[in-house]
Every structure is written in structure tokens, then in C-alpha cells.
Design a protein around this ligand. Sequence first.
Ligand SMILES: [Zn+2]
Length: 440
Amino acid sequence: MSQENANPIFDPATECASRDEIRARQFARLKEQTAWAYERVPWYRAQLDAIGFLPGDLKELADFSALPFTDKGALRDNYPYDLFAVPLDEVVRLHASSGTTGKPIVVGYTQNDLEQWRRSIMAIIQMAGVVPGDRVQMAFGYGMFTGGFGLHYGAEGLGCMMIPAGSGNTERHIMMIEDYGTTVLVATPSYAMHICEVGEHMGYDWEASSLRVGLFGGEPCPPKLKEEIETRMHVFCTDNYGLTEVMGPGVSGECLVSRHQQHIVEEQFYWEVVDPDTLRPVPDGTPGELVLTPLHKEATPVLRYRTRDLTRVVTEPCGCGRTTARMDKVRSRTDDMLIIRGTNVFPSQFEDVLHAIEGASPHYRIVIDNEAGLDRLTLQLEVTSGFFTDSYADMEAFRRQVAERLHGTLQVGVEVRLVEPGRIERSVGKTKHVDDRRVR
Ligand SMILES: [Zn+2]
């Protein structure tokens, strides 16, 4: 589906400024943020003192890359409040990331932080074609996770009618879309797919539905899954990127023109891309690890946060009229890399191969085990319903084609097992494509 590129831009003064103006404004804010963190957070003061750096030493933008990084470990070690830069009675909201190991990461927001966050969300949802008056149904959970409240207040701020349905109860979601005339659905892409399928089973006519836009987040959205949702639900889907450690959702979003990249909200975030091994900045347009510094954060300032997300950022102007930098959608994290018999494999490589094969559905699972002492990689792949046949020869030829293409790309052998449509479990939250059962 396509939409006209006639949507208003949230803040043309910052989103369409020259690169020099954008960088100048960011530099001014970086000086403020560095001084704020240094003067108010003992941990940051110790970090900068250790390298003999005073906030006044920031004379030009390049100087900023001399500062130490902040990583997840630092946020975890200072749990819950040691990185807070304001008295707790100025903090009006707490959020936390779900720690998979140990304590979560806690972030605080002052009234001004919430206002800045709202502005980021307004910018990215407007990129996606959401306009005042849209009826926005929330399928994220509320709670400590930043996604629900972040999108909620941003959409309200833009003048949308917010429908805070929350997560779960898929049939109720479909009833609400129908009864309330919902035009925008906020969900993880895998849950949107689930809503789509449940609706189809109920006989709901997605083409006749008022639903127009899918605003996705919370997990990476593989292109194939997005295409399938767009076709079956008759909506236009965009996804956005963010992380709790620097604010929440609202770091970058996809516009209606540049569909494989996302505009960074540069008024709020200073970005750097570094080589994940040497940690030195790479030239613009070169892939590396994204490092973010929020530019207006009062309660929990963060300097040079290592996201572990691998991307590439370009600064050429976009066809939508914005001049803000665009990052490639994050497909892999330095943490996601699998080492299979000594070869580096990223789950996103599976996605790329499957995307190019007709009949391969976006539903799959990668299983790794090492029962025989050697790593074994198995792909369980659903075949799309239109492609599935009872002919053993046809399915075997298809299976071999998938295995050969994967081997060509990954340089490791993959056992492919085909499963019938609907057999791979659908998740309500984030989809887990990798099941690593190796005994170490
Ligand atoms: Zn654009």
C-alpha cells in the first residue's frame, strides 16, 4: 500500500534544518548535558575525573568522542537511584527495562523529561502518517515498560483519541477496532499478525475495517512480516526504534518515503556510530554500533550510551523533506551474534534469505543444539498456506532450495524442517526466533 507524501512535519524548524544547524544545536546541548551529569551525578564526575576531562574541555563536537561510554552494566550497578541527577521529589515517573538477568535498569523523568519525550513521539508518529483526530488503539501493556505510556501520551499530545486497551484479549481488540472506529493500532508486529489471524478466523473483514495505520515497536519488524500484515490487514505499517536507557520509544521512526530507514529525532538525541571492536567512530554511512546521548534529559542523563545495536546512519536529505539523519533499521545486536562451529551468524541473515524465497512465511524458529558434541543448526519453517501442498516431491524440492540458499549465505549447514501453516507458536509479546539449547 502507499500513501501520499502530504503529511505535515511535526517541527520543520528542527526536522528540516541544515546539517550545520542541527549539529550546532546538538553541540550546545551536549555541553549542557555533560556539565549537568558532571555536576550532579557522582558516578559521571568520577568517570570524567579519571580521564582528566572537565565539561569546559568540550570545545568542538569531535571532543565529545573522548568521553567514556556508558553501558548497561553502569546502569545496573547504580540501581536504583545512583545515576539520578535531581532530587527524587522532582521525579514524576519511573520506568524500568525488564532485566533478563539481575536487576532491571531504572530511569526517571521530570515533568520536562516527559514533555521532551512527548515531543519525540509526536515527531515519529507524524512521520508514520498519524494525524490529529486519529483513533489510536494501544495493544502494548502499560506497566514499567516504556512503550505503552510513551506512545500513549505522544498520541494524546498530537490530538489523537487514545484508546488504552492494553495488551491481551485479542477478540476484544478486534471488537474495539470495529466499534470505536480505530484507525491506528500500536502493537508489536508479531502481535499485530496475531490480531490479523484471529480476525480472519472470526470472519472479520480487514479490508472494510477503519484501521489504516499500524505503529509497530518493541521488537524488530522483519520486512516480510510487515508486507504480510499490510496485505492481509489492509493497513500501512511503520516501525520505530527506542530504548528505555535513553528515554523509551521515540529515538527514530520510519517516514512514508524512506521505508527501510528511520529518521533519528536529532533534536533529542546525539548519535554516533562506532566500530564495535575498536570503539572508534566510523565515517558516516559505515555500519557499526549505535551510541546515543539524549540531549534534554534532567532526571537520568546518559552520556554516550552503547546500545549494542548494529546499524548505519546516513545524512543525505530524504524525499519526505526532512534533513534529519536516517538509521538503517536495527536488524541485529552485538549480543545477538551466534557462533556456530566457529562461524559468526546473525538471526537477521535468516530473515534476509527467507525474504527472497517465495513460499517461505515469516514464521520460523532457529534451533541450535550440540547433542553430538558439534553445534547443529535447525530451521523450523512454516510454508505459506497458498504454497503448501501434499506433494512430498514438491515440498522436498522447496526444502532443499531453502537449505542451499541458507548455506550459501551463512557458510554453515542448516537442517531445514518444514511445518504446516500456523504451526509455529505466535507470541503476544516479543517473538523469539532463536532457541539455543546448547549445553556448555
Ligand atoms: Zn523521510
